[in-house]
Ligand binder design. Sequence first.
Ligand code: IPE
Ligand code: IPE
Ligand code: MG
Length: 281
Amino acid sequence: MPGLAQEVRRLDAQRNPIVPPTPHPSGGRPPTLPTEAKPRHTAIVMDGNGRWATSRGLPRSDGHRAGGEALADVVHGALEIGLPHLTVYAFSTENWKRPADELNALMDEIPQRLRRLANDTAPLNVRLRWAGVRGPLPADVVAALTDAEHATRDRTGLTLTLCVNYGGRAEIAAAAANIARDAAAGRIDPGSVCEHAFARYLHVPELPDVDLLLRTGGDQRTSNFLPWQATCAELLFLDTPWSDMDRRDLWHAMEEYARRIRRCGSIPRIPAQPTSPTGPR
Ligand code: IPE
Ligand code: IPE
Ligand code: MG
């Protein structure tokens, strides 16, 4: 017998069936790449919104709004090309240093963006996750994040993790503090803390290692983004500001990734050459 919650979810799904991604207006289609040539986990520093707006004589908040549109298109493109994990840096713990009017604009934009992404009238097969801490986040932003996580928890397509009020060092420090607490309380043996055990204390423990870390906006730094998860990530820096990005830029990034040789401490897999015992020496 299915439980009540399961039945409610089934009826919900009947009312609002998952819709496929809408094609890009240009008619562009994603490149065909074998699964093993695509990153399992792509992480993006969505940077350059402010400069995009300023260079057009617009307020920075317009850049963040355009950035929200860019994210929606990139999510459609990620579904089309078949990415399993996409993680985006939306607001860092360092971003609180910005002026109040920009912070207000960002805190208005995040719930709106989430509503569009978790859209309950035409839902995509996207599971939303939040990585970050509550800290001074407004209550409606926290509610939008946790509601979106809850509403999309059964979706099986793309896992889209939004890093909001996220800081990589803070994530690692919080994990260490929780491990120390569990060890002091006798819940874990300090001798059992290996990398694998440590990772279970991160904000989203199921997040796989990052294969491709992409930053838009022309700067070449990672700004405290996923230091634990991205130790062996391929880095790709694009000059395009995030607000100008669309899914076709994501697909180009996938083609670039497919050309990279991933060693991660090992040696590259080179197809075996046929050898002839009588051939030239
Ligand atoms: C990224 O764009 C969005 C956030 C950091 C919230 P920026 O706002 O940093 O844009 P630039 O780098 O100033 O152009
Ligand atoms: C990184 O961009 C954070 C986000 C994209 C959310 P920043 O613009 O805040 O990073 P810095 O200041 O260039 O390091
Ligand atoms: Mg920036």
